[in-house]
Design a protein around this ligand. Structure first.
Ligand code: NAD
Length: 362
């Protein structure tokens, strides 16, 4: 198979972790005889510094021409502390999602048994959890009209959804539920918000086409509580942009760390694969970041964009074996025992490559 992949490392720990996602792709390509070619492009703070634009035209052109994108993260402390900055790194991310029509963000909450103790939740609550989140990506308060009064003392963000936006992501979520445990939970705030009432109406209508899928509607406040009380009750969770943003960060603690969760943003064209974490300024440049979320993003790319399930499974198994043998980055170190062998970003990435090679020989 021949595929051209655009790597957008971005800011902070983005380049540190993306290096290892790319290295894993190269190794899989060599082993299975796939011809993966790579290009690189700027986005975020690094792009603002180089061109004044968080998403330079050149990056967008390359993004539209490739088969899949491996992204790191964007963000810089300078902007976090200056909410009035007009040009901001995250504008690049929002724009590329819009330009590529990436309307669905898939976030599997995959739980490695070895990390049951790394979560702040009890192992008996977590064991058996397997959730696939569908977060809507192109609507909601992120893209609605933003206003500030002339005296600067009043502000508003418009929460807006169109029927077609809800329909297209809900269809993908129902299809996924059908191929999994046939349960779908749609999360909204329909008791208060009109945008949520439209959301619920559309999901209810669509549910009639999927009688084999058990559909439930839950308010966001209840869902946030149920997620930590009994995560096993969820199979596919479908939700809007803002609620999904918050809920999936909460869910990251089920997996032990933000550094363990990958995501796929898909639409009708090029897929965009990234860890769910940000640029983590607090650990950037220190060789401390967990590269596993980036490596798991590559597994998602192989499965979702290229249909290479066996190759994706090989990556997940190599990570599983790495964890079973006690190797950990600091964020997932076992706080209850002395048994973790703590590694930096590079040594952890290297370990996964070693386990991939070993499994090829067996
Ligand atoms: P963050 O995800 O960067 O970090 C949150 C916490 O998790 C930090 O303590 C960090 O050290 C830790 N962490 C994150 N990834 C890790 C990894 N791979 N290994 C080990 N520890 C990890 O979120 P934040 O601190 O809220 O935001 C920092 C910057 O990232 C901000 O500028 C924000 O705008 C940006 N951001 C970008 C994205 C994105 O590019 N998709 C997403 C979220 C935040």
């Amino acid at each position: 198979m021949k595929k051209h992949i655009l790597v957008i490392p971005g800011d902070g720990i983005g380049p540190e972790v993306t290096t290892w996602g790319k290295a894993v792709l190269e190794q899989i390509g060599t082993e299975y005889g796939h011809k993966f070619t790579f290009d690189e492009a700027l986005m975020g703070h690094v792009a603002i510094e180089a061109t004044g634009n968080p998403l330079p035209d050149e990056t967008l052109t390359k993004a539209k021409a490739c088969d899949a994108i491996l992204f790191g993260a964007v963000g810089h402390a300078k902007y976090d502390n200056d909410p009035s900055a007009k040009v901001r790194p995250e504008q690049g991310l929002l724009k590329i999602r819009k330009e590529l029509g990436l309307y669905a963000n898939l976030r599997p909450i995959m739980l490695f048994d070895e990390l049951l103790d790394a979560s702040s939740l009890k192992p008996e609550v977590l064991r058996g959890t397997d959730i696939l989140f569908f977060r809507e990506l192109t609507g909601d308060v992120y893209f609605g009209e933003k206003k500030r009064s002339d005296d600067r003392n009043t502000a508003s963000d418009l929460m807006i959804y169109h029927r077609y936006e809800v329909e297209r992501i809900a269809t993908k979520a129902f299809e996924a539920a059908r191929s999994r445990n046939k349960r779908l939970c749609s999360v909204d705030k329909a008791n208060v918000l009109e945008a949520s009432r439209l959301w619920r109406e559309v999901v209810q209508e669509l549910a009639q086409q999927y009688p084999d899928v058990e559909t439930e509607h839950m308010f966001i406040d209840n869902a946030a509580m149920q997620l930590v009380k009994n995560p096993k009750k969820f199979d596919v969770v479908l939700t809007a942009n803002l609620f999904g943003d918050i809920l999936t960060d909460e869910a990251s603690q089920i997996a032990g760390s933000m550094g363990m969760l990958a995501s796929a943003s898909i639409g009708d064209g090029t897929g965009f694969f990234e860890p769910i974490h940000g640029s983590a300024h607090d650990i950037a440049g220190q060789n401390k970041a967990n590269p596993l979320a980036s490596i798991l993003s590559v597994a998602l790319m192989l499965e979702i964009s290229f249909g290479l399930k066996e190759e994706a499974q090989r990556i997940t198994s190599a990570i599983d074996q790495t964890l079973k043998d006690g190797y950990r980055t600091g964020d997932i170190a076992d706080i209850h025992t002395e048994k973790s062998k703590i590694l930096g970003t590079d040594a952890m990435g290297q370990k996964v490559l070693e386990y991939l090679s070993k499994s090829a020989k067996n």
